[in-house]
Design a protein around this ligand. Structure first.
Ligand code: PBG
Length: 342
């Protein structure tokens, strides 16, 4: 025996009307993704003759020069907004000499990419010393072993000139040194690189979500970066960093990591007159991969949902290790199980 449905109060507002079918949902969708919103971070390893996997980031590799060019060309053909290049040098030293050497792996990769790709995508360079220093810090150290802010700015200026000379369109200073945007902008302007733009890592937190990246760049870091990257407990200081970066000449600003910091992204996006980006970092990528490998989540839908969340929170661009794959989905027409994201 079944009992009759209870008759309850009749709602006046029925938001479900706008969710009643695919076409209706599509009509009222507020945010969408396009390939040009996505930036692909890529790793290139000095001396490598072929690409090698990064075990903590299944599907992401350390490229050889040739495989980097091939993958960047493919991503460009799929319409990604840009590529962000990180170098993995063979040799490291205290001041990160490889970062400013025109023959260093990162500068060679930038030169090669610019000559192959021209202006068909935006070629971005990570501007930081951590991959190149034997102690793994983002700057040079003083006599007491602390990261020396102002001595580091001198190195960043030199690194910026090397990257601009190599043809990078957009430099991404990720070291969280005070005054880095002003120092780099001045160096570029003095040398006549007026069109080389700056993508400031404005709010970059000292995050455990960078874990897999340390393997990706063979990091030498002992300890942590808490004297220069932001405390995860703090939101307000992101707005102070934003003010400073804008005053110093940032062309775009970024919040990093991504999903755990959507509140910060929203605050920065509301306050910023320049485009705002978000970085879905290595640990976020690896969590999605690990859970989907177990069959615990639907990988593809989780990927698109996470990327859409950045757009909803106010990001114009999203740096993500999924950039090329997702751009390919949109270019080829979204498969049936992903149509809800069109
Ligand atoms: C530092 C840098 C890091 C990342 C990008 N640039 C690591 C760090 O700050 O410790 C992390 C990116 C990621 O986890 O995907 N140059």
């Amino acid at each position: 025996m079944t009992s009759p449905m209870p008759v309850g109060p009749t709602p006046i507002d029925r938001p479900r009307r706008l969710r009643s079918n695919t076409a209706m949902r599509s009509l009222v969708r507020e945010n969408t993704l396009r390939p040009a919103d996505l930036v692909l971070p890529m790793f290139v390893r000095e001396g490598a003759s072929e690409s090698s996997p990064i075990s903590s980031m299944p599907g992401v590799v350390q490229h050889s020069m040739d495989s980097l060019v091939a993958a960047a060309t493919e991503a460009t053909e799929r319409g990604v907004g840009g590529v962000m290049i990180f170098g993995v040098p063979e040799r490291k030293d205290a001041i990160g000499s490889g970062a400013t050497d025109p023959d260093g792996i990162l500068n060679r990769a930038l030169t090669r990419l610019r000559s192959e790709l021209g202006d068909s995508t935006v070629i971005m360079a990570d501007l930081c010393l951590d991959e190149f220093t034997d102690h793994g810090h983002c700057g040079v150290l003083d006599a007491d072993g602390r990261v020396d802010n102002d001595a580091t700015l001198v190195r960043y200026r030199e690194m910026a000139l090397a990257q601009a000379a190599a043809g990078a369109h957009l430099l991404g200073p990720s070291g969280m040194m005070d005054g880095q945007i002003a120092a780099i902008r001045e160096a570029l302007d003095d040398a006549g690189y007026l069109d080389t733009a700056l993508y400031a890592y404005t709010a970059k937190y000292a995050s455990a979500f960078y874990g897999p990246f340390r393997e990706a760049v063979d990091s030498s870091l002992q300890g942590d970066r808490r004297t220069y990257q932001q405390d995860p407990a703090n939101g307000r200081e992101a707005l102070r960093e934003l003010e400073l970066d804008l005053a110093e000449g940032a062309d775009l600003v970024m919040v990093k990591p991504g999903l755990p910091y959507l509140d910060v992204l929203r605050d920065v996006a509301q306050a910023s007159p320049v485009p705002v980006g978000a970085y879905q970092v290595s640990g976020e990528y690896s969590m999605i991969e690990a859970a989907s490998a177990h069959g615990w989540i639907d990988r593809d839908r989780t990927v698109l949902e996470s990327l859409l969340a950045f757009r909803r929170a106010g990001a114009s661009t999203v740096l993500t290790y999924y950039a090329s794959e997702v751009a390919g989905w949109y270019r080829d027409g979204l498969p049936a199980h992903l149509r809800e994201f069109l």
